[in-house]
Design a protein around this ligand. Structure first.
Ligand code: DOR
Ligand code: ZN
Length: 423
């Protein structure tokens, strides 16, 4: 089975490729990249006027499977992923049960292989049950296929456990992914601490509740030599801590979510529970700092923190609404807005969705090298469309971007050489 993607603008940040080229896929792998390729009997995708990029990789999603399939499952979540242009997603372990053992890891991988629309890369928990009390069987889970470890959704409050996790993960070559949150400083807070919270009469979460644990974890990474990856960076102070640590040579990487570089806490007005997430939407200064961190490379990757929740968990008083929004189907156009705004070059934007997350997770994917598994995304950068929450592929519809006019969308998502999605 051959597929020829012809005449597109091929972008491969890893090799500095930005040229009008044809790409030939044979037997699930990239077999040729060049001008005027001919392939007898190949299915042709006309990519003129489109971008052809390595398959997008989202290193932070919640697939809710096993245990909360009413919100999302591996099938619906990967279907939403390919609709958004993603060919691989790393799924966080805060499922029911928590992915803290090889049996849960194996379940996820088996279901993804049998029914999924894209590659699924399980993230195992750092601690048993993500309770923060004792390390989970990281070695077992790594062997079963986990690409990193995180207690995402919960912080690892104990510095001692975080130290051991960073030490223990080193020989496995996988990152410890920090969900940085000081629960004492968060207290009863439900949105960013500041003017809007005061006006709305809602309790605030100060930025230091995120930045202080990041400072600790960066020092632990420096002390242990382990690879720390900081999830969903949302405030300027966190960017500054990571920027300084990188300058010192600490093994730290980080990601930002589209909502954190697009929206401020003003979006909460009207007690909009689809603007409630953890960490919360921050101030305009913080958004500017996130954008600056993306621009100067402090922030390595863009990851969605796709967090599906049922309508009944959002259609409630702000204080008790669940944290999180769906992100897989809106991440690409929101990232392209950064290009339109002059924050990132197109090449850097694609890198933050492909090779950079691949490197963080130690994957072979993220490039269009000949011989690699053919994970490829074809993007129409001019396609205008409007977000309609009810029409999202994801089982859950909790997006603050309902009704937003977007520019840019994936038109074809190829996973291991098969067309997994076509718009
Ligand atoms: O907003 C969030 N939702 N932040 C998290 O850390 C967890 C996630 C979830 O699982 O819903
Ligand atoms: Zn988190």
């Amino acid at each position: 089975m051959k597929i020829l993607i012809s005449g597109g603008r091929v972008l491969d940040p890893t090799h500095g490729i930005d040229d009008q080229l044809d790409l030939l896929i044979d037997n699930g792998r990239i077999s040729h990249l060049g001008k005027n390729l001919q392939a007898e009997g190949a299915q042709v995708i006309d990519a003129r006027g489109k971008l052809v990029t390595p398959g997008l990789i989202d290193l932070h999603v919640h697939l809710r499977d096993p245990g909360q399939e009413y919100k999302e499952d591996i099938v619906s979540g990967t279907r939403a992923a390919v609709a958004g242009g993603f060919t691989a997603v790393a799924c966080m372990p805060n499922t029911k049960p928590v992915n803290d053992s090889k049996s849960v890891t194996r379940y996820i991988l088996a279901k993804a292989a049998a029914e999924g629309f894209c590659h699924v890369l399980p993230v195992g928990s750092i601690t048993q049950g993500s309770k923060g009390e004792a390390l989970a069987e990281m070695g077992d889970m790594k062997e079963a296929g986990c690409v990193g470890f995180s207690d995402d959704g919960h912080p690892v409050a104990s510095g001692e456990l975080m130290r051991r996790a960073l030490e223990y993960s080193r020989p496995f070559g996988v990152p410890i992914i920090a969900h940085a949150e000081d629960l004492d400083l968060v207290g009863q807070g439900v949105m960013n601490e500041g003017f809007v919270a005061t006006e709305l009469g809602l309790k605030g979460i100060p930025w230091v509740a995120e930045a202080a644990p990041i400072a600790r974890d960066v020092m632990l990474a420096e002390f242990t030599g382990g690879h720390l990856h900081v999830a969903h960076v949302s405030c300027g102070a966190a960017v500054e801590i990571i920027r300084a640590a990188k300058k010192r040579g600490v093994r730290v990487t980080c990601e930002a979510a589209p909502h954190h570089f697009t929206l401020t806490d003003e979006a909460v007005r009207g007690y909009n529970t689809n603007a409630k997430m953890n960490p919360p939407l921050r101030s305009a200064e913080d958004v500017a700092a996130i954008r600056a961190g993306l621009a100067d490379g402090t922030i390595d990757a863009i990851a969605t923190d796709h967090a599906p929740h049922h309508i009944d968990e959002k259609n409630v008083e702000f204080n008790i609404a669940f944290n999180g929004i769906v992100g897989l189907e809106t991440a690409l156009p929101l990232t392209l807005r950064l290009v339109a705004d002059g924050v990132l070059s197109l090449c850097d934007a694609i890198a933050k969705l492909t090779i950079n997350p691949a490197r963080i997770l130690g994957l072979e994917s993220g490039t269009l090298e000949v011989g690699r598994v053919a994970d490829v995304t074809v993007i129409d950068p001019e396609l205008k469309w409007t977000v309609e929450a009810q029409k999202l592929v994801s089982k859950s519809k909790n997006t603050p971007f309902d009704g937003w006019k977007m520019v840019g969308a994936a038109t074809h998502t190829l996973v291991a050489g098969r067309i997994s999605y076509q718009r």
